[in-house]
Design a protein around this ligand. Structure first.
Ligand code: ATR
Length: 318
């Protein structure tokens, strides 16, 4: 990944009294914030969010709660009652939280999932920060704008849905959705193609023999499958050459939504203009959450470093 010197927000200048008031309860205690999942102990979100709170010298401790599916409803009622600052939501609750939300936006409706909740005045608003986080990561890390670009998304689950929405919303000219189970790619495309008529969004099997020839290489290929998570020691099933298209000049950016040095990234690196991994995505989607909750600019490089350190420690522990 390219090294970028971020200019970090000024922690003193940003902490105006109005923002401060929102961050604390009437009794002066910091409002509660954290992540729910099941399981949740391996979540890296506490590391990156606590680094951001510490950057602003705020006393909040971002927590993690293992909430079983049958406990979810009661937990969300508590979040409303006790006026939490907000929550991140991870597997398996991203869809299950929807009925408890008082407000959602178009991104939640189109992806069918919320990963960030905002509690206010006894109400819960839900957002999905994945698509915006994905786009911010591309813009800030590798200066990539999808407008007018040929792209491919591998996978057709929830993660792929967020990526297709992000790319289509920014006017990618072509989005090939390649999936091992072809019918799932067809279903995904059927949802998005009518909403974004200016992008050519089409389904294809995960088999280069069925990909149409085009003289131009793909500008971006995103691995939104769980292959690297499920089979970390196996090779990715499709070659880098086939994924990038005709690319003698290393024009293609490859983005794997799984953390770390995945089989996909190992394979594509020699052919890649840039590679990005899922930890970058985690940080940028988390940065959006931090900004929603606090109204403060997220200190991206501090959060990235904290996430990388936490991942390295987690991997040592295994
Ligand atoms: P998520 O919510 O993270 O997107 P998901 O809905 O379980 O997770 O989707 C996982 C995706 O990874 C699917 O597109 C799946 O392909 P299938 O639809 O064919 O199951 C894909 N996937 C998982 N393991 C894979 C592998 N070894 N090779 C290729 N694709 C794989």
């Amino acid at each position: 990944m390219s090294e970028i010197n971020y200019s970090q927000p000024d922690p003193q200048a940003a902490l105006q009294s109005e923002i401060q008031a929102h961050l604390f309860n009437a009794d002066g205690q910091p409002r509660t914030v954290g992540v729910i999942g099941y399981p949740v102990e391996h979540s890296l979100s506490p590391a990156l969010q606590n680094a951001a709170f510490a950057y602003y010298k705020l006393p909040h401790r971002y927590q993690k709660w293992a909430v079983a599916p049958e406990e979810l409803k009661a937990f969300l009622e508590k979040v409303k009652r006790e006026e939490f600052l907000g929550l991140n939501v991870t597997v398996p609750h991203k869809q299950a939280v929807l009925p408890a939300l008082d407000e959602t936006d178009e991104v939640v409706k189109l992806t069918g999932a919320a990963n960030t909740l905002l509690a206010d005045n006894g109400k819960l608003a839900g957002y999905n920060t994945d698509p915006a986080g994905f786009l911010e990561a591309l813009k800030n890390e590798v200066n990539f704008d999808p407008r007018g670009k040929r792209t491919m998304v591998i996978g057709a689950g929830g993660a792929a849905r967020g990526v297709v929405l992000a790319l289509a919303s920014q006017g990618a000219s072509e989005i090939a959705v390649a999936n091992r189970t072809y019918d799932k790619a067809v279903d995904l495309v059927a949802q998005f193609a009518p909403i974004f008529p200016n992008s050519h969004i089409y389904a294809t099997p995960l088999d280069p023999a069925s990909w149409p020839f085009n003289r131009n290489p793909r500008a971006l290929v995103v691995n939104a499958t769980s292959q690297g998570l499920l089979e970390p020691d196996k090779e990715f099933p499709v070659s880098a050459e086939a994924l990038s298209g005709r690319d003698p000049d290393r024009h293609t950016i490859f983005f794997d939504l799984t953390y770390g040095d995945t089989p996909f990234l190992k394979m594509v690196r020699p052919l890649a203009a840039h590679v990005l991994d899922g930890l970058t995505m985690l940080v940028y989607q988390g940065a959006q959450g931090f900004e929603f909750w606090t109204g403060l600019a997220a200190p991206i490089s501090v959060m990235l470093e904290a996430a990388r350190t936490a991942l390295a420690e987690r991997e040592k522990g295994h």
